[in-house]
Design a protein around this ligand. Sequence first.
Ligand code: ZN
Length: 195
Amino acid sequence: MKPVSEREAQEAVTTLLRFIGEDPSREGLRETPLRVVRSFQELFGGYATNPESVFKTFRDGGEKVDEMVIQRNIPFFSNCEHHMLPFFGVAHVAYVPEDEIIGLSKLARLVDVFARRLQVQERMTNQIADALVKYLKPKGAACVIEATHLCMVQRGIKKHMSDTTTSALRGVFLEPATRAEFLRFTQQGPRVPIF
Ligand SMILES: [Zn+2]
């Protein structure tokens, strides 16, 4: 695919402004195409990030841990690929190490790598679990995502309080005891409000 210049992207935003009935030349909108393109570069920065880069620095960790490592309530913001509207909430990410561990902050970065793309929640959940399996080679990996989709609450069927939960379980997390322990962790304690 031919790369799109920033200028072409700004022109596309100007076209959309006209499409919704706006006057792109009025003062408040004059800088809007530039700002939208800049914010897109940040919101969709995940395309330019190889998930492997999140793991690199911990390749030589060497610690021997064989208990479940779990990071709960990692906040994220993504955009659905069907409407290009935000969905957001929390991810719970866990793994059982084989012989390498990853810094806990890296789990949040991993979530961001996949959140900052056009997504469906189901794929994002799988991608996080699969990246852990691929790059960390743990005994197992798991991800649960709880999210609210603005395409559901702001438009269409307007289910204001609805949220969506997806899960991906790999390796030892498919065993009933490990799965139950993980899901119990994700459900206990204070919960981050999902609007
Ligand atoms: Zn949507």
